[in-house]
Design a protein around this ligand. Structure first.
Ligand SMILES: Cc1cc2nc3c(=O)[nH]c(=O)nc-3n(C[C@H](O)[C@H](O)[C@H](O)COP(=O)(O)OP(=O)(O)OC[C@H]3O[C@@H](n4cnc5c(N)ncnc54)[C@H](O)[C@@H]3O)c2cc1C
Length: 441
């Protein structure tokens, strides 16, 4: 049996392991931490001495139906039914007015026409500008060659978008999808999100939210169906080259010793870890995300989720009966130097504007997670810095959301990278295997 070693138990490493394990390879995966999922994971927290520890996601993670490789990976683990899809996007204005975007009967790309025209949060000038820009995006996505060099904001200004169209529509959707401000985001990513998620197919935009903590999706029991995959926790890989992995931690105690060898190797570590294991790290920057978890003593909303217009908090997810809300701020550089107490104050202050019931409710507990290294920053002129799966070393392949996947740093991007690296390994082992699921259009 052909043996493969994988460093890193995030979605990139896990998807490579699932694909290769399913194709009959013997896989050993080394993860430094005692749990799987990397940046898309969950863990227990205790928020106060009287409170029971609670398992929370490090941050709410959502997907869209156009994330075909991520859904394929969930299928391999048998957890696709743990994702609940929503057809409505709720846009909330301060004061509480709700606008709902959902598809109607018309075929793509006109499927939103009815609900879009009824959105209260945009006026007719905003809507006309957005419709014009969406049609231009459809035309220009394959024709323009400078989309990696200009920012999304530059492109929107070229298309004469109104300030409200920019702030309440483009910014609201794209900053969270790509984790970057419009002025710092290469236009190619904005195009990719709107084409794949909103224009290519009528159901592509449907938003998937896991119904279980993220860590449950990749729990040990799920891997039993993929017999050839062995996972080693608390096993940091210290060096990677074509002679093998130098492994520390618990795996080093095993009789095989610290140097682990195989036919091929996949490095699925975050890009900032590459130099430490002896590989060349690409010169990418980070963009942060802040998650705020708030538990109230009563229900403050019945909405399942909403995007919050015009304030600091960008998205609300109703995690438990309207009492436990998770708020997300992407590209959250403005919050970096604030204390956790200050961020909680901002979050509760914002919520009072959208959900009047928050004014009467008491905050029972709160938790803030600032992920300073949430994703790479998808700035203009960055795509060429993202490497392909070939590492330059004959037996070593690269995976990670930061490799050149055609997607921004997302769970789908990470799984695509894992499948691409797995295809590289299979080919190098003399087998033809196709793991990557083609994009929907
Ligand atoms: C707060 C936040 C919110 C997000 N929200 C979304 C969202 O809503 N939707 C979405 O699609 N994406 C979202 N993302 C992005 C998504 O989480 C990532 O793109 C994806 O999880 C990256 O997976 P990865 O496998 O490439 O990297 P990672 O998840 O970083 O995995 C790398 C793994 O390597 C391990 N490791 C590190 N060093 C070593 C070593 N020396 N030896 C062994 N193991 C090591 C790490 O512990 C980790 O498990 C979000 C990210 C963050 C941080």
């Amino acid at each position: 049996m052909h043996k493969v070693l994988i460093a890193g138990g995030g979605l990139a490493g896990l998807s490579a392991a699932a694909a290769l394990g399913g194709a009959g390879f013997e896989v050993d995966l080394f993860e430094a931490r005692p749990f799987l999922g990397g940046r898309a994971t969950s863990y227990p927290i205790s928020a106060g001495s009287e409170c029971e520890p609670e398992t929370i996601d490090n941050c709410q993670h959502i997907l869209l139906r156009c994330c075909v490789n991520l859904l394929d990976f969930y299928g391999r683990l048998g957890v696709r039914d743990r994702i609940k899809f929503y057809r409505e996007f709720y846009f909330l204005e301060p004061g509480g007015r709700i606008s709902v975007l959902r598809r109607g009967r018309l075929p793509a790309p006109f499927h939103f026409a009815g609900s879009f025209l009824r959105l209260h949060c945009l006026d007719r000038h905003d809507k006309r500008a957005i419709a014009r820009a969406l049609m231009a995006l459809r035309r220009e996505r394959t024709r323009r060659k400078d989309l990696d060099r200009i920012s999304m904001l530059d492109w929107l200004l070229q298309k004469r978008q109104t300030p409200h169209a920019i702030d309440r529509f483009w910014r609201q959707i794209l900053v969270s999808a790509v984790n970057e401000d419009l002025e710092r985001m290469a236009a190619i990513h904005g195009f990719q999100v709107f084409w794949q998620g909103f224009l290519a197919r009528a159901d592509a935009y449907e938003m998937g939210v896991p119904t279980v903590p993220l860590g449950d999706l990749y729990a040990a029991a799920r891997w039993k169906r993929l017999g050839g995959v062995h996972i080693h926790f608390r096993s940091p890989v210290e060096r990677i080259d074509e002679s093998g992995f130098l492994v520390g931690g618990e795996a080093a105690e095993e009789p095989a010793g610290r140097l682990r060898t195989a036919g091929h190797y996949i490095c699925a570590l975050p890009f900032e870890r590459l130099n430490a294991v002896g590989l060349d790290a690409p010169k990418l920057e980070h963009s942060p995300i802040t998650g705020v978890h708030l538990w109230f003593d009563r229900e403050v909303t019945t909405l399942p989720h909403a995007t919050l217009l015009d304030r600091t908090m960008q998205w609300m997810f109703n995690k438990d009966g309207g009492r436990y809300l998770q708020l997300v701020v992407s590209a959250s550089r403005d919050l970096t130097n604030l204390s956790r107490a200050e961020i909680i104050d901002i979050a509760v202050g914002d919520l009072r504007l959208y959900f009047p019931r928050v004014r009467e409710a008491n905050l029972v507990k709160a938790h803030v997670i600032k992920e300073q290294r949430a994703t790479f920053a998808p700035a203009p002129d960055t795509e060429s810095l993202r490497p392909t799966p070939e590492s330059g070393l004959p037996k070593v392949f690269l995976a990670g959301d930061w490799t050149r996947t055609g997607w921004p740093a997302t769970m789908e991007g990470a799984v695509r990278s894992g499948y691409m690296a797995a295809e590289g390994v299979a080919q190098a082992a003399g087998q033809f295997a196709r793991f990557l699921v083609p994009d929907i259009a």
